[in-house]
Design a binder for this molecule. Structure first.
Ligand code: DGP
Length: 114
């Protein structure tokens, strides 16, 4: 179930996070419950509740977030590969109602994802 937007509190610096990147459009920080040796979340400053709420206006922002993911993967030495995940709404396993991209690395990932 989608609950409070805890990520807005991280953007507003009301709660701490281990931030690894910050710019005018997005923020990246380590996930509080890592599912891999490296697990970083990349979020837009703009409040977009879910992936399904994206519009044409968000084209540039999404491209930017992907390029930040590439930069972070290099910075965090995920040279052998990594996985990008965006969970969407209840059936997709989304719990925080603020669009976020998971950048996971440091171990093997399998398919199907479960
Ligand atoms: P999702 O299930 O796709 O909505 O992922 C939400 C992720 O957010 C989940 O992996 C745990 C993480 N998370 C939730 N609350 C916090 C928090 O307060 N700080 C940090 N760093 N991560 C959080």
């Amino acid at each position: 179930m989608l609950k409070d937007n805890i990520f807005q509190k991280i953007i507003d610096k009301q709660i701490p996070a281990k931030i690894v990147h910050e710019d005018t459009q997005c923020l990246a920080f380590h996930d509080v419950g890592p599912q891999a040796p490296t697990h970083v979340l990349i979020i837009p400053r703009k409040v977009i509740r879910t992936h399904a709420d994206l519009t044409d206006a968000d084209r540039e922002l999404l491209g930017h977030m992907h390029l930040i993911a590439v930069k972070l993967a290099k910075d965090l030495k995920l040279d052998d590969g990594y996985r990008i995940v965006i969970n969407c709404q209840d059936r997709g396993g989304q719990t925080v109602p603020h669009l976020h991209m998971h950048l996971l690395g440091g171990r093997d990932f399998h398919w199907p994802p479960g």
